[in-house]
Design a protein around this ligand. Sequence first.
Ligand SMILES: [Ca+2]
Length: 134
Amino acid sequence: MNAKYVLVFAVCSHGSLVLGHPSFMDLIPNGHGVPDPCGSTNIWFGVGHNNRTGGGIANVFGADFLKANMTWSKALCMADSDIDGRSNGVELGDPDCKWTAGATPQGKAVGHPGVCEPMNTKTCMAVNLNVQCI
Ligand SMILES: [Ca+2]
């Protein structure tokens, strides 16, 4: 198999696991309590994915999470993966970027770090092309 295809397969396979799996949800603050940006009262379980239940290609936050070696680093916390003007830390309830795995987050998740909100703005519609609201 061509090395390029092996790399793509590895990234896609790995990406499919990002934050849809309970253990990955434990690696970010409020990973089990991210609100559905599509307007329902549901929790968005696949925080690193473009659909609520996880699986498939990683979203922009999932990609950044992979780049951070699946660690809630200060850089990942301070980044604004979905370019909606709020850092990943602010969206996930860790505005001061102090959370560590197993600790109680400073606050609740107030947004989705991989879905640009509000979703109906021109900028966000471009970022959210692959987001599946179902
Ligand atoms: Ca954001």
